[in-house]
Design a protein around this ligand. Structure first.
Ligand SMILES: [Ca+2]
Ligand SMILES: [Ca+2]
Length: 310
């Protein structure tokens, strides 16, 4: 099918606004692109498609180094933006969420995601880079990633399902910090960091090649990456409870009674407090975020989600 022609015949130009960091009710997003998005109605009964940019030819080849290219690779969208890191930070007192010292440096990871789409606007490949930024807790942890939105079978405290990140399963190629490569076949969840002890500074590079389309609608091109679909769960070794950053507003014991979550994701390379320093003392606006978590109607969303900008 001649896609250019099809687009000319059926296109409807929409403008997608820049959404730097947006929360829509329970759905929180990073976004990083602003460009014309073309919605096309299928001419032969095929479903409508949306393209990020139909002028630039795309290739199914993987970019050499998606996170360190000179400029955005055609057909690739990034979280948070090219050359930047996002962060996730944890308090690991999961069995007693009201205990912890709330310095959010028990385990801190930087990460970034790139999604690659083919010329048919189907998600074909995902790249994830993850760096252990800080690890001060005496506990050893493992960091899981659930792309299927369903960690419920593995953790006694988690019962919430979330949106899937991929339409089915993927083959995973993971370059470990020591340079060795690990292959996982046909998975939709896996352990990224098996042990955080001694791991500070380690970098994991992950490539996921999608291999099936159980739910094809989940492969359609997106104009931003909803980071909550990348559902990372931290687990203390020896415990069957998980710390979930995608569903912290849920009832899965992810929130202390005074509004402190057990962790968060933010779209920046975040400097955690020093050991024992209450997060509110370094980031005074964290109190605003806590109020928001306890009562989302009490605080404007933009105020709540800018607490780390100071
Ligand atoms: Ca702590
Ligand atoms: Ca501490």
């Amino acid at each position: 099918m001649n896609f250019q022609l099809k687009t000319l015949l059926y296109s409807l130009i929409l403008k997608v606004p820049l959404m730097a960091f947006q929360n829509c009710g329970s759905e929180m997003k990073f976004a990083q692109i602003e460009e014309s998005v073309v919605s096309s109605e299928g001419e032969d009964g095929s479903p409508p498609v949306t393209v990020v940019d139909d002028e630039i030819p795309r290739t199914p080849e993987a970019p050499e180094d998606p996170f360190n290219e000179e400029e955005d690779t055609p057909g690739v969208i990034y979280l948070p933006i090219l050359d930047e890191w996002a962060s996730m930070a944890f308090e690991d007192n999961v069995a007693r969420p009201d205990a912890g010292d709330r310095d959010y440096n028990d385990a801190v990871f930087n990460y970034r995601v790139a999604e690659q789409y083919n010329q048919y606007n189907q998600l074909i490949r995902i790249f994830i880079e993850l760096r252990v930024r800080e690890k001060i807790s005496g506990n050893n942890h493992r960091l899981h990633l659930y792309l299927n939105g369903d960690p419920t079978a593995d953790f006694s405290n988690i019962s919430t399902l979330s949106s899937k990140a991929i339409p089915g399963k993927a083959n995973v190629t993971m370059t470990l910090p020591d340079g060795n490569i690990e292959y996982l076949q046909n998975v939709d969840h896996f352990v990224v960091v098996p042990e955080t002890s001694g791991s500070k500074g380690d970098i994991y590079q992950i490539q996921l090649d999608l291999i099936d389309m159980e739910e094809p609608s989940l492969s359609e091109v997106r104009n931003y990456i909803d980071f909550r679909r990348y559902r990372f769960i931290l687990q203390n070794h020896g415990q069957n409870m998980g710390i979930d950053l995608s569903e912290i507003n849920s009832s899965d014991e992810m929130l202390a009674t005074d509004g402190y979550p057990l962790g968060f994701m933010i779209p920046t390379d975040w400097a955690p407090p020093s050991e024992g320093q209450l997060i509110d003392n370094k980031y005074p606006n964290f109190e605003v975020y806590r109020s928001f978590l306890l009562d989302p109607n009490s605080i404007p969303i933009d105020d709540a989600y800018s607490w780390f900008e100071m």
